[in-house]
Design a protein around this ligand. Sequence first.
Ligand code: FUC
Length: 808
Amino acid sequence: MKVFRCNRPELSIIIFFIFSGYIQSQSLSELPQFSQKTAFDGQIEGFAPAPAEPLSLWYRRPAEKWTEALAIGNGRLGAMVFGGIVNERLQLNEDTLWAGGPYEPINPEALAALPEARRLIFEGQYRQASRFIDSKMMGKPLTQMPYQTVGDVLLQFDSFERVADYRRDLNLDTAVATTSFTADGVRYTRQVFSSSVDQVIAVHLTADKPGHISCRIGMKSPQKASVKCDGSDTLVLSGVNGGSAGIAGALKFQARLLAKTTGGTLSPEQDCLKIIGADSAVLLIVIATSYKKYNDVSCDPEFLTKQAIEAAGKRSVQDILKDHIAAHQSLFRRVSLDLGSTEAIKNPTDRRIADFAKGNDPQLAALYFQFGRYLLICSSRPGTQPANLQGIWNDSMTPPWGSKYTININTEMNYWPAEPTNLGECVEPLIAMVMDLSQTGRRIAQMHWGAGGWVCHHNTDLWRAAAPIDGATWGFWPTGGAWLCKHLWEHYEYNGDRIYLEKIWPVLKEAAQFFLDTLVEESTHKWLVTCPSLSPENGHQFGASICAGPTMDSQIIRDLFDSCIIAGGILNTDQSFRSQLVKVRDRLAPNQIGNAGQLQEWLEDWDMEAPDKHHRHVSHLYGLYPSDQINIYDTPELAAAARKSLEIRGDNATGWGIGWRLNLWARLLDAEHAYSILKLLIAPERTYPNMFDAHPPFQIDGNFGGTAGIAEMMMHSRVQYSGESMLTEIELLPALPKIWPNGRIQGLRAKGGFELDIEWREGRLNYAKIRSLLGNLCRVRYAGRCYPIQIQKGQEIVWQVPPIADGK
Ligand code: FUC
């Protein structure tokens, strides 16, 4: 039996004193035996080969930085796994641990100020309007609550003399992170995964010789929290969240770790657990907070964690793992993508990211595509919170932009890949959030705008705050909630579930009602426009972003009204409301083409005078993507203008800015340009070694934008309505670049309820298998031409380009 030894025996007395008086609000540096340092100081010998599963991220050294660690998650419980050899770190998250408590960010002065703000804007006094809005009309507080870390589980193992054949990997197909190496003649394997079935994070420590698992297990947190042992095998971190921006913390939380060993001994030691000489060990970690709903914090985290650990503790780790893999694969395996592979596949992932733009590594593009799907499954499942700016992975108390929901692009982008890549269930948390916002946003509509319906501005948080925040320049934009409604409607377009449509109808209707009540007439054309608003977050030449009727607003409202007109028709309800929507829709400001041939971003032709012509946001191109209002076939002039705007903006941007451009170029059917954008995204400047997107800093939207963009290169679907009947047009291989001459994608979903497998050879479609789930009408478009097809509900057809039409 191996005896546990402290790495630095000379410190053990000091450690004892620190431990006995240890309160968790102390920083890690006061706990030398639980170092966060995961680097291995010695030489790692040998070269571990690539994992057998090609859908893996893998490395030959432990992570040192957080953006090198590997992300696991079950939608709610997340961990970043560092793969340390002597000191291992699991940084933990639970998706409801945010700062603050229930609050209503109402500014009672705002409504009275609305007429004056409009007067200033319509008189062209934009700078003054912006200052006036800042002083009178913003929500209180001016910022929302941040998402925060739970803390860390830290493991300290024996020190080793010689370490060889080290590898850490994340298998996307099983959603298991594995660290393995040989040390002093023993092969160690550590598996970590987050199970949605058992609601636990499980750590399985094994060695190929008995009696070699010895470690100390501790927990720490930057929250107001304390750690104590509960019995001989359990460690409990209990805490409360903090306040932010004057909103008091109202959440309790608890993280509970149960250790189970085979052989050896397990004992509590001060505020940690100690394993000596075990054959193997399992750690089960559960976390809960008192959050129940945005206005209810009455859950009992102690009860919840005890219950979950008791249930999971009775099961073998093999059973927990088996169920976890089955649950993950039931979603993940719905789509496969084969773009071929090259020698590059043999290299570790960080090296491949560095090389992607210079070489030919098609399998890395497929891996990036599948990583986005993996991240969505791991950060957004039915019953969890929606994926925030960092999904669920955040090691900070004050993360960038609060790691919240920025809904002027970022949250929507998170969900772009969901429906086409066959992860419709993952949208449920977003739908639930929008239902909440329709409640909280009703008060903001009333108190800030004197309107019916509901509104949400450019951000929201766990507490579903809906008021304008941050400052007029960024936050005074009333169309965020309306954009989110597009996802609610599209969920119906993909699934055709009438009961679901009935459930969301009031949310759509009231989102539209807000605009019926607040649109105002501009004097030149008598169009109906939003005011005040802005084109996110771009300034125009008059020293402000505040304006009336930015193009994006009209596009979003047009989509919202159209979806209400169709949905109301399907449900045969609210006839007069729908007639009103038709009239108002026809008076919305149209898309306009400016002097430079560009699609105008604003009501006036200001684009070429704007101070930042290369702005990361491309808001007015919403009409091209994600919307279908502009497309090459029906509106070629507008499509050409959108192309011009895109050229003026340029290719380079933040991670998500590049992700959006990728989708836009695919929509313009420019395969080579789309691929050149993908090269900007999969590069060290925009993709960290762990494949997280770099805004920079880390922001997950670029990952999702990238996945959606690759899907968009393979297939596009749009729907035309005639009364209530839908006709889906499926465009096959709209933007296939030359670098991927042969390949296959299986399991994509199209609007109208179709599932598709597409195979191509030498750059040409070989066949498409089309399955109809709902029995809607369908036609195929390939290489610009349209082909009607006959397909019944439940039927699968194999479609190939007809020889005559193909010109043969
Ligand atoms: C918007 C963007 C920023 C960033 C932030 C979270 O404000 O303009 O680039 O992505 O959201």
